[in-house]
Design a protein. Structure first.
Lengths: 368, 282
């Protein structure tokens, strides 16, 4: 079963309204006998920053290439503004792409690269010149107008690629892991710049990445792709706090997956048990490490208490991740603020509502 | 990093080769071009510019040189006109048949030059395949005699022989164009034809320059095709050099002509190199 756009309307304010900009309908694609995308349906709202997140080989780049027109879907349709987009060749789509390795034309200057689309569109010279100037100013590359791409740094090439795409005022901008070639510091800086630029120009972005942190920081919504299928489409907060499947829960942030048996309104996992409103049977729960707390003395009646031993402690800067082994052998991670020293046996607690029931993912590693 | 003996061992053989088989012969050639032939048909080692004066004075030398350049230029143009589309098709549109086509282009290079030149002789001759066919279908009454023993035959044969030499560097440079550049061009609204002129062709200029140089320089120095198929009107400069070194026994004049050609070719190679550098990136 494929889950798409299941979140309540309230969690993505006015992004996908009555009139979505782009509508991907049941798109499927195989390379030879290998299916890469299966039955993908996805809406992109006007002015939305949508991130397609997935591991390498999940099909995210293929999906982007189908939207851009570099690949053809085996089945399904793509619509943009009441028009079949997938029937048009790439040079007729009002969609522009920022390529993973920028793909700047090496024989043209920065200025000529940015002006390429306008020149091809035969825009009057003065008009195109002022737009190129504006675009270069927007990405702070005016000083490098006369440089060839080979003479500027990766981060600068990145900006030029962005200006070259945006100068054409596309309805939709596709970005294929555009930050992956930059080092960590520059990447974080560009994430912020890219997001504020997107707000400024108000163009819909479809951003492809394998970096869940990047996806969380930048997106209005995240579409998590796994083995060619959409696992969940939701806002970063929603996808983090209410992961739909075990895979989502593990891929986005750390989590404890609890395999439990439900019977008579109580879930049981080893010696733990807590109240749930689920029918009887096997169930899987995600409990985030930060939702486990050290209990101060006695556990509140609405919380679930457990005893365990700290077996490992990993420092993460602002927080630390503790490995707790319970007496019945259950291993849990717990996140605490840094600086607290826990050793030996501890008494922990969590709220039953923080144990989020998740669907089992198909053939997940770690046997879930 | 490496021992002195090791460095000597790897640099000496090529150095010796260049000195013995290149520098010394060229130096000798250069010297010969300033020597003279005595009436008794022996070479006199007295320094003179007579050979170069002779070269400029006797019309047939310069005329033949210009004809050779004109033939070489035509071969170059036809080789590019044939080689480029072929290379473009192979690189961008042949898909899985790429390797097969590539082999088909390269295989003729394994066939002896002489065999290919003779093949054209039997095609173009007055009793040849082409004339027989033309008369058979009554397009012509008599054999067309301009087909063989003419500059036409030389250009045709040399084009056939040297097109792979133009094709190979063009193909290599097209293969080196990152495909995302082509996609980026389409993405920015350029249809295939504009993408070709604005992106693909400019980036293939180094290959075109190298291919053009191969076709021109190899044709310019050719003497077998004009000998076999050129007839009197298709004589090229190398035929004159051959006869000066052979039957005429005028090595000094032959050396002077050779040396002029060498200067011409080196100048061309230099220009081609400049062009290739200018259009090479990263």
């Amino acid at each position: 079963m494929v889950l798409t756009n299941t979140e309540p309307a309230s969690s993505s304010p006015a992004k996908v309204g009555a009139q979505p900009l782009l509508s991907i309908r049941q798109v499927a694609k195989s390379f030879g006998r290998t299916p890469v995308l299966r039955d993908i349906s996805l809406l992109v709202g006007e002015g939305e920053f949508l991130t397609v997140l997935g591991e390498s080989g999940s099909g995210k780049t293929t999906l982007l290439r189908i939207i851009a027109g570099f690949e053809t879907a085996d089945s399904g349709e793509i619509w943009m503004e009441g028009q079949r987009l997938d029937a048009l060749p790439p040079y007729r789509r009002r969609v522009n792409t920022v390529f993973q390795h920028y793909a700047l034309f090496p024989h043209l200057t920065v200025e000529e690269n940015v002006g390429y689309g306008l020149k091809v569109a035969k825009l009057p010279k003065e008009q195109s010149m002022s737009r190129v100037e504006q675009a270069l100013a927007m990405v702070k590359m005016t000083a490098y107008a006369e440089f060839k791409p080979g003479k500027i740094s990766g981060g600068q090439q990145q900006r030029v690629a962005l200006a070259r795409a945006l100068v054409n005022r596309p309805r939709l901008l596709l970005l294929d892991e555009p930050l992956s070639a930059l080092d960590a510091n520059l990447r974080r800086q560009m994430q912020v710049e890219l997001k504020s630029l997107q707000r400024e120009v108000g163009i819909s972005f479809v951003f492809v990445t394998h970096d869940q942190e990047e996806a969380m920081v930048m997106s209005d919504r995240i579409a998590l792709l796994r083995r060619g299928e959409l696992e969940q489409v939701a806002s970063p907060r929603e996808i983090y706090s209410h992961p739909a499947t075990a895979y989502v829960a593990q891929f986005i942030g750390h989590t404890n997956l609890l395999r439990a048996e439900v019977s008579g309104g109580m879930a049981r996992c080893k010696s733990l048990s807590w109240p749930v409103t689920l029918p009887d049977g096997a169930a899987l729960f995600s409990l985030r490490p930060e939702n486990l707390r050290v209990a101060a003395g006695k556990t509140d009646s609405d919380r679930i208490g457990l005893r365990g031993k700290v077996i490992r402690q990993a420092f993460h800067g602002a927080t630390e991740l503790l490995q707790i082994e319970c007496s019945d052998g259950l291993l849990l991670s717990m996140r605490t603020a840094s600086g607290q020293n826990f050793q030996g046996n501890v008494l922990l607690e969590f709220s039953p509502e923080d144990a989020i029931p998740v669907r089992k993912s198909q053939e997940t590693e770690k046997g879930l | 990093m490496f021992s002195r003996a090791y460095r000597a061992a790897i640099t000496l053989p090529p150095l010796l080769w260049v000195v013995v088989f290149l520098l010394i012969p060229y130096a000798l050639l250069f010297c010969f071009s300033f020597w003279a032939v005595s009436p008794a048909q022996s070479i006199v080692h007295s320094w003179t510019l007579d050979n170069y004066r002779e070269l400029l004075r006797v019309n047939v030398y310069l005329q033949t040189l210009f004809r050779s350049m004109w033939i070489a230029a035509r071969v170059m143009i036809f080789s590019l006109l044939l080689g480029y589309p072929l290379a473009y098709y192979l690189s961008f549109h042949a898909g899985s048949r790429k390797d097969l086509f590539y082999q088909l282009v390269v295989i003729p290079l394994w066939v002896s030059y002489l065999v290919r030149a003779y093949a054209w002789k039997s095609i173009l001759g007055s009793d040849g395949v082409l004339n027989t066919l033309l008369q058979y279908v009554h397009l012509t009454q008599h054999p067309l005699d301009f087909l063989l023993y003419s500059p036409f035959a030389v250009v045709l044969t040399l084009t056939h022989i040297y097109t792979p030499f133009a094709f190979l560097p063009i193909y290599a440079s097209l293969e080196h164009i990152p495909r995302p550049l082509v996609e980026a061009s389409h993405d920015l609204g350029a249809p295939p034809f504009q993408t070709f002129w604005r992106v693909i062709f400019p980036l293939s200029i180094p290959g075109v320059a190298a291919g053009a140089t191969f076709a021109f320089v190899l044709s310019l120095g050719d003497f077998l095709a004009p000998l076999l198929l050129g007839g009197p009107s298709g004589i090229m400069i190398s035929n004159i050099v051959v006869s000066l070194f052979g039957a005429a026994y005028n090595w000094p004049l032959g050396a002077a002509i050779s040396f002029c050609m060498m200067v011409l070719v080196v100048a061309l190679l230099f220009m081609s190199e400049r062009l290739e550098k200018k259009w090479s990136f990263r």
